[in-house]
Every structure is written in structure tokens, then in C-alpha cells.
Design a protein around this ligand. Structure first.
Ligand SMILES: *[C@@H]1O[C@H](CO)[C@@H](O)[C@H](O)[C@H]1NC(C)=O
Ligand SMILES: *[C@@H]1O[C@H](CO)[C@@H](O)[C@H](O)[C@H]1NC(C)=O
Ligand SMILES: *[C@@H]1O[C@H](CO)[C@@H](O)[C@H](O)[C@H]1NC(C)=O
Ligand SMILES: *[C@@H]1O[C@H](CO)[C@@H](O)[C@H](O)[C@H]1NC(C)=O
Length: 518
């Protein structure tokens, strides 16, 4: 017996600063409780309260009989409900013995989950003939149902090149479930012909959801996931395209192309109940584009913005809030909020990733600026050996470290702490530039060393949202007043008591082709 109505009390997440309703930097009007993520990051960042995590709509499940014939496109245990039902159906079809057992009739499935039926002695003796993978005629309902009835360890195979339209998020239900492209139990993917999931639901932003308790080891690999923001538009309260992590360990995303999320992030590893998420692995994915940056120097002044896109539509590439995780070998192109946002995630390693701002302006390449949900500690979190490339657009801050890099709520109670932010490489294309390479402001402890610049450009303009002083555009700045016990490479420059370094807007390059070793 299993209820799917598990209480989910995720601690709220801040993508960065809480947005405030303000026309200028001097306003103190703070809108508490505003959804913090996609309406960020207007001036003045009080941490405030944040809204509860909104789960995607519960999957509508089909009766097990209706999907049992697709057993062949999965791996399941022979005693899973799916396998037993398939066996029953086979018996019914092939022999005079049997008939549909009461097991099927006794099954009660719905929004409250399924009542477990008694095990029958029937196990498949002949393989069920069926497709080796799901082609484009199948949908989220079928896939969620296969995960629901397939039990722990079930892999569902999508056919190479299949395009699966989704009206609702695909839900996973049990430990060690995998969604991938491949053909049957052999699981081979033919060439680089990954299946594509496409968001089609009018109020849908999430393509896959595996964050509820009981989903250790959930894996998504060898897929393309199209969030379809271009067709369906931005969803202001939408969750991330892949909502994973949660009250679980060892969830994995690998070789997935995820782009154009309607909500605030392409991939979110949420922290789970009681910050219990641990051991997520995010490797070798291609993420982005994600979100839209409003154009124009006034982009933080919501009411005066003249950009093509209204402000608030930024999105992250990867949003990591799961401790002891590994994020490596990913390429994030044209995210607009943070390429990789690290919500402390103590014990995690973020290394060997490439973040590129090509056609869309990016606020932060790698962000280590959030106080929530862990309350600041980047203990044993390492952000090392990443490449951050402002190829043809502005990146306001290549790597933003500490709460005051991103906001202006200046309290010693609201600082990040610890972490290693080292040996990252910053470079630019001809038309691309950084506002700042690395800013360190609002952090206690931490090590920032060995970061290098290779042909990096810097520039921009200050906007009316800026609170002076803001240092001159350039590679490495520290706010010495808010960074006690921090160990910095010697090339850091004292930027004064600066804050909210993403207040800048696009403008001329003032430094070009800077190459600077640590
Ligand atoms: C998804 O597929 C199932 C099974 O074929 C079907 O009953 C259902 O109507 C489909 N849903 C949509 C939205 O097409
Ligand atoms: C899931 O996989 C892990 C690692 O292989 C294994 O230790 C664990 O027992 C599996 N859990 C279930 C419920 O199958
Ligand atoms: C995106 O959504 C639009 C509007 O619903 C739809 O017409 C289009 O088919 C979707 N995009 C893709 C790639 O399917
Ligand atoms: C923040 O507070 C510190 C004292 O804790 C002060 O020295 C500094 O000037 C303040 N402002 C900024 C932007 O650092």
C-alpha cells in the first residue's frame, strides 16, 4: 500500500535576491513573499520569506492493463505489478487456462496511488512481445504509468529519435528508475539520436519530476528535453524543466540536452525535506538556452524597462541545492540568470563545466551568492576548474561569491561562508565581455585562488539601480569590509564597500584582451 500524497515540505528556495517593488535604489519597500526566483533581482535584497515549492500536477495514471503490453520497453522485476499483469494478459490470450485474474480487478489506482495486489504465482514464461522502446505515439501518461507499475529499478526506453509530447510532467515513483533513449533491455542508443520530450501543456513547465521521497537513484540520461518557452511562453510560477533531487540520494542527469525552460531553471536539484538531498550527479549535459534577459541598461528598473522582454524572465542553467553532489563536464550556453547556481550544497564539487554567454546576456556565470536554503555554508563545496566564456554577450559577473555580490542586504547574519572558488578560467570572444570577473562580497572564510583570465574583455555601464561605490569594470574585486577570514589570490583589488554588482548594464568595453595569471 502506498500513498502518493506524501507531504512535501521543501524548504523554500531563493534563486538569488528577493525581488522588491521599487523604482529606485533608495526605496525600502520590500515585497516579502514574492516568488523569489524569476522576478529577481531588483534592487535591495532582503532575504525575506519565500513561497513554498510548487509541485507539478500529479500524473494521471492509466490502468495497469492498458500499459502492460509495453513491458518490453522497460526493465522491471518479474514480480512487479507491470510484469505480473503482462503475464496474466499473456496467459489469457494464449491459453484456455487463466483468464484475467482478480488481481487486475482488485487494483485500485488513482491520485491516491495504487493498492498493492497480492502476489500471484504467475511469472512470465514466454517473453511478452511488444515494442522495444516507446515511439512518438506515446505520451507522459504512459511513461508515468510504466514507472508507477514497474517498481524499483525500472528503466523506460524511448526510441531513438522519438518525439514525446507532454501535457504533464513525467513522474517517477520508486528507487532506481531511469528514463533514457534506447531499445529494450539491451538499451543501446543508436548513434546520437536521442529521444526528445517536448513540453506542450498550457500550464506545464516541468517535464520530469522525481523529487518526492522514495526516489533514490532516479536517473535521466541520453535525452533531449525541450521546455518550449518559445511556443508556450514564460510561466512566472513555473518550476524547473527537470525537477529532481528532493528527499533522495544519488539522482543522476547525464547526456541530456535541456533547453528553453518556461520556469526559472532548466535543471533543479532541490534540497528535499530537512535538507536531506544528497549525492546528485550532473554530468556531460548540454543546457540552454534558458530564459530571457531584458535588453537595455535599465533592465533592473522594471517599470522603466524598454527591452524586448519584460524583466523577470531570467532562468538558470543548473540550480544545485543538493549536498555532496558532483556537477561536471556540462556545457551551459545562453542561460540568463546563473549558468550554474550553487545553493551552498555543502560537500559538492562543481568542476570542469563550460559556461558560455553567446546570444543572451547572463547575470552570473557561476553563482555562490545564496543564503538559503542551508543558511549560508559552502562548507567543502568546491567550484574549481570551470571555463566561463563571455563569447558574444555580457556576463555581469563571471563568478559571484557572497551574498553582497548579488544583493544589498548587509547584515553579518546574512553572509555565506567557506567554500573553494579556484582555478577557474575566464575568457571572451570579440563581442563578449564581463562586467566583473570575480566579485567577493558578503562571505566569511572561503578560498578564492588561481583564477585566470585569457583574452578577457570587461565593460558595461552603471545604471540607476547601482548603489555607489561600484568598482571599475575589471577582473577581481573584493569588498574587504564584508569578507573576513577570506583567502584571496594576490591579484584581487580592493573594490571598496561595494554591493549588488549585477546592477550594471551593457555598454562599451573598457578593457580588452586581458590575460592574467593568478
Ligand atoms: C496519452 O496516451 C494514452 C494512452 O494511449 C491516452 O489514453 C491519452 O489520451 C493520451 N493523452 C493525451 C493527452 O494525448
Ligand atoms: C538502488 O540501487 C542501489 C545502488 O545500486 C542499491 O544499493 C539499492 O539497493 C537499490 N534500491 C532498490 C530499492 O532497488
Ligand atoms: C511548442 O508549443 C507550441 C504551442 O503550443 C506548439 O505548437 C509547438 O508544437 C511546440 N513546440 C514543439 C517543438 O513541439
Ligand atoms: C556593510 O557592513 C559593513 C559592516 O559590517 C560595513 O563596513 C560596510 O560598509 C557595509 N556596506 C557594504 C556595502 O559593505
Amino acid at each position: 500500500m502506498r500513498s502518493f500524497l506524501v507531504a512535501v515540505l521543501f524548504a523554500p528556495l531563493l534563486v538569488a535576491a528577493v525581488a522588491v517593488d521599487t523604482e529606485g535604489p533608495t526605496s525600502t519597500k520590500i515585497a516579502l513573499g514574492r516568488r523569489a526566483d524569476s522576478t529577481l533581482p531588483f534592487n535591495v535584497a532582503h532575504p525575506g520569506t519565500t513561497p513554498a515549492f510548487i509541485r507539478p500536477a500529479v500524473a494521471k495514471l492509466l490502468p495497469v492493463k492498458q500499459v502492460a503490453g509495453l513491458l518490453s520497453a522497460t526493465t522491471t522485476q518479474v514480480d512487479s505489478l507491470l510484469a505480473r499483469t503482462a503475464a496474466d494478459l499473456l496467459t489469457t490470450t494464449n491459453s484456455v487456462v487463466g483468464g484475467l485474474t482478480n488481481t487486475v480487478n482488485n487494483l485500485l489506482c488513482g491520485l491516491l496511488g495504487c493498492v498493492t495486489i497480492p502476489k500471484t504465482p504467475t511469472v512470465p514464461t514466454t517473453p511478452v512481445s511488444g515494442p522495444a522502446c516507446l515511439d512518438s505515439t506515446y505520451n507522459d501518461t504512459v511513461i508515468s504509468s510504466l514507472f508507477n507499475y514497474g517498481g524499483a529499478g525500472t528503466t523506460v526506453f524511448l526510441c531513438p529519435g522519438a518525439v514525446i509530447n507532454l501535457q504533464n510532467a513525467i513522474w517517477m515513483y520508486w528507487p532506481n528508475q531511469t528514463l533514457t533513449t534506447g531499445t529494450g533491455v539491451l538499451g543501446a542508443i543508436i548513434g546520437d539520436n536521442r529521444a526528445t520530450l517536448v513540453v506542450q501543456g498550457s500550464s506545464q513547465s516541468v517535464a520530469l519530476y522525481s523529487s518526492d521521497p522514495g526516489r533514490d537513484g532516479a536517473t535521466v540520461k541520453n535525452l533531449i528535453v525541450n521546455g518550449n518557452r518559445s511556443g508556450l511562453g514564460w510561466l512566472s510560477t513555473g518550476g524547473a524543466l527537470l525537477e529532481m533531487g528532493g528527499t533522495n540520494s544519488g539522482q543522476t542527469v547525464t547526456n541530456v540536452k535541456a533547453y528553453e525552460p518556461r520556469g526559472w531553471s532548466a535543471l533543479h536539484m532541490i534540497e528535499g525535506n530537512g535538507l536531506s538531498c544528497t549525492g546528485a550527479v550532473v554530468t556531460n549535459n548540454q543546457i540552454g538556452p534558458a530564459g530571457h534577459a531584458p535588453s537595455g541598461a535599465q533592465q533592473f528598473r522594471r517599470k522603466r524597462d524598454t527591452g524586448t522582454y519584460a524583466p523577470g524572465q531570467w532562468a538558470d542553467g543548473i540550480s544545485l541545492a543538493c549536498r555532496n553532489s558532483v556537477v561536471t563536464g556540462n556545457t551551459i550556453t545562453d542561460a540568463t540568470d546563473g549558468g550554474i547556481v550553487v545553493f551552498q550544497s555543502p560537500g559538492s564539487t562543481i568542476s570542469g563545466n563550460t559556461i558560455i554567454a553567446d546570444q543572451r546576456q547572463l547575470l552570473g556565470g557561476i553563482n555562490a551568492v545564496d543564503y538559503y536554503p542551508y543558511g549560508g555554508p559552502y562548507t567543502n563545496t568546491q567550484i574549481i576548474n570551470n571555463n566561463i566564456v563571455s563569447k558574444s554577450s555580457m556576463i555581469k559577473i563571471g563568478m559571484a561569491v557572497g551574498t553582497l555580490s548579488w544583493g544589498s542586504y548587509n547584515s553579518t547574519d546574512y553572509r555565506t561562508s567557506a567554500g573553494t572558488y579556484s582555478n577557474n578560467i575566464f575568457s571572451s570572444g570579440n563581442d563578449g565581455y564581463f562586467g566583473f570577473g570575480v566579485t567577493v562580497a558578503g562571505i566569511t572564510g572561503g578560498i578564492v585562488q588561481g583564477n585566470t583570465f585569457v583574452g578577457a574583455n570587461f565593460g558595461g555601464v552603471l545604471t540607476g539601480a547601482c548603489i555607489l561605490p561600484i568598482p571599475t569594470f575589471g577582473p577581481l574585486y573584493q569588498n574587504p569590509y564584508t569578507t573576513p577570514s577570506t583567502t584571496l589570490q594576490s591579484s584581487f583589488v580592493d573594490g571598496g564597500a561595494f554591493q549588488f554588482a549585477i546592477c550594471t548594464g551593457p555598454g562599451d568595453q573598457i578593457i580588452t584582451g586581458l590575460s592574467q595569471l593568478a
